[in-house]
Design a protein around this ligand. Structure first.
Ligand SMILES: [Zn+2]
Ligand SMILES: [Zn+2]
Length: 333
């Protein structure tokens, strides 16, 4: 099979991934092999390709928003059958024994492994994955539209839950790409008023078309005091602005796996008044199940930019330049 491997990180514009030929992987106990149908291009792939996220092994294949069809079952598989469509997400395994795993916080497991970082991911024609970490996908969504749900969607959902938004509250989203455009729809469906802050004019238009109450630049004044904000942009320079827009007692959630250093905070302007600042680290399997069920129920609209599998390098370069509308997705034929 063909796969895009990362030997040495570098600027996305220089196309650091290399197209290689690999053996079709054999599934071990509890694992299955699946043929790729679509793979979303997440910002985490870009962080990995460019070296912001240090590769955990040489030659790793990125990609963790995988929609694939089961073609081989290892021993002891019980959840899926040959021909089933499955979703392979970021969380690839956890220890199942540590304090975090035993208290519903497996996202914090210190020996968790991740698809497309520790284990080969979906920028390849086939993938091997642990059955217990896979999802069924809403039938209403085709392969291209379902792919971004698997990380962008689930992480956005966890960020939204961690934001503690009161019923009918005012929510701010800073940055508006793959994750934010899905989180916005969940928030709107649940009755929130959503305000979007992003540099990109097309992204502002998309936000308004999906039901945002307002859309403006990241450093523009918020039209209202916000109860909660989620920062999806990977730039620490917008964090003070997001905290400044919060009402007293509000909470700001930083949703990325990597962010540039935070700009200096003023205690009086950015934190006093019992404002809270926190982060999101991966997700639990129950976050994933809850979100995918909800996405099917509210008829979530997924904005995607398709690329052929062979164009993985272009897809990452476009993401680096802020040129992708919604979420980029690699398609396989
Ligand atoms: Zn654990
Ligand atoms: Zn991701």
């Amino acid at each position: 099979m063909r796969a895009w491997a990362l030997d040495k990180p570098g600027p996305a514009a220089a196309h650091p991934l290399r197209l290689v030929e690999r053996e079709l992987p054999e599934p071990r106990a509890g694992q299955l092999t699946a043929r790729l149908l679509a793979c979303g291009v997440c910002r985490t792939d870009l962080h990995l390709a460019e070296g912001d996220l240090p590769p955990r092994r040489g030659g790793v294949v990125p990609g963790h928003e995988v929609v694939a069809e089961v073609i081989a079952l290892g021993p002891a598989c019980r959840r899926f059958s040959l021909g089933d469509r499955v979703g392979v997400p970021w969380l690839a395994s956890t220890c199942g024994r540590c304090h975090f795993c035993l208290t519903g916080k497996e996202n914090l497991c210190e020996t968790a492994t991740f698809t497309g970082w520790d284990r080969d991911g979906g920028y390849a024609e086939a993938i091997v994955a642990n059955e217990e970490y896979l999802y069924s996908l809403p039938d209403s969504l085709g392969d291209e539209k379902a792919a971004p749900l698997l990380c962008a969607g689930i992480i956005g959902y966890r960020a939204l839950r961690r934001a503690n938004l009161p019923a009918g509250g005012e929510l701010g989203l800073f940055g508006f790409g793959g994750s934010a455009h899905l989180a916005l729809q969940v928030a709107v469906a649940e009755g929130a008023s959503v305000h979007v802050f992003t540099r990109s004019e097309p992204a502002r238009q998309l936000a308004l078309s999906l039901g945002a109450k307002s859309a403006q630049g990241p450093f523009d004044r918020s039209p209202v005091d916000l109860d909660s904000v989620v920062v999806f942009a990977p730039s620490g320079d917008v964090v003070p602005a997001s905290l400044g827009a919060l009402a007293r007692g509000g909470r700001a959630v930083l949703a990325g796996i990597h962010m540039s250093d935070l700009a200096p905070l003023s205690y009086e302007r950015h934190l006093f008044g019992e404002k809270e600042l926190t982060s999101v680290t991966a997700n639990t399997r129950s976050d994933g199940r809850e979100f995918l069920e909800l996405a099917g129920r509210i008829g979530i609209e997924v904005t995607t930019t398709p690329y052929a599998f062979e164009q993985a390098g272009e897809a990452l370069a476009d993401l680096a330049r802020g040129k992708v509308r919604g979420a980029g997705v690699l398609l396989f034929d």
